[in-house]
Design a protein around this ligand. Structure first.
Ligand SMILES: Cc1cc2nc3c(=O)[nH]c(=O)nc-3n(C[C@H](O)[C@H](O)[C@H](O)COP(=O)(O)O)c2cc1C
Length: 164
C-alpha cells in the first residue's frame, strides 16, 4: 500500500482522556502521523465545530448527544485524486466519533480502497467497519482493520509500519 496515493482522514481529541490523563496530542493523531510517515499520504484532521470539553466525563456525555448531528469546521472537498483512504478514529460509544460520519458521508467513494484504524480502551474495532460500510457506498473496505489501544499509541509505530 506504500506506493498508492493516500489520504488519511482522522479525528482525535487532546485534553483529558481515559487512561492517559491530560495530553497535548490525541492518541489517534499520534498514530495518524505514523501512517503519514509510512504512506507519504496527505493528512486531513476532522475537527468539531464546537470543541469538546477538556474534561473527560463531560466529553463522554457531549459525544453521546452529537450522534447523528455532529457539525465540523471544514469538510473534505474532493477525494478523486486518492486511491486509498485511511479512516482513523477513536472509539466513541462503541463506534467512530460522530464527526467522522459527518466528514465522510457525502463523499464519492466509488472504486476507492478504505483502510480503518481505531484507537480504543477495550472495544477494539467496535462497530466501526460495519458502520463505515453502511455509508461509504462503492468503496472496497479492506478486512484488515487495525485496532490500537490508545494508551499504547506512542509505541505502535512498528505495528503500524508492518500493517501498512
Ligand atoms: C467520548 C468518548 C467515548 C469513548 N468510548 C469508548 C468506547 O466505547 N470504547 C472504548 O474502548 N474506548 C472508548 N473511549 C476511549 C477512546 O476511544 C480512546 O481513549 C482513544 O484512544 C481516544 O483517542 P484520541 O486521543 O485520538 O481522541 C472513549 C473516549 C471518549 C472521549
Amino acid at each position: 500500500m506504500k506506493d498508492k496515493k493516500s489520504l488519511i482522514i482522522y479525528f482525535s481529541r487532546a485534553d483529558e482522556n481515559y487512561s492517559v490523563g491530560y495530553v497535548d496530542k490525541g492518541n489517534t493523531e499520534i498514530v495518524a502521523e505514523y501512517v503519514k510517515e509510512f504512506t507519504n499520504g496527505d493528512l486531513f484532521k476532522v475537527e468539531p465545530l464546537i470543541p469538546y470539553s477538556k474534561d473527560y466525563m463531560t466529553c463522554i456525555e457531549e459525544a453521546k448527544e452529537r450522534v447523528g448531528d455532529a457539525p465540523i469546521k471544514e469538510k473534505i472537498k474532493d477525494i478523486s485524486n486518492y486511491e486509498v483512504i485511511y479512516i482513523m478514529t477513536p472509539i466513541y460509544w462503541g463506534t467512530y466519533a460522530p464527526e467522522i460520519e459527518t466528514a465522510i458521508k457525502d463523499l464519492d467513494f466509488n472504486g476507492k480502497t478504505i483502510r480503518i484504524i481505531t484507537t480504543h480502551e477495550g472495544s477494539g474495532l467496535g462497530r466501526v467497519p460495519e458502520d463505515i460500510k453502511k455509508i461509504c457506498f462503492g468503496a472496497y473496505v479492506l478486512d484488515d482493520a487495525l485496532a490500537i489501544r490508545g494508551s499504547l499509541a506512542k509505541e505502535s509505530k512498528p505495528i503500524v509500519e508492518q500493517w501498512i
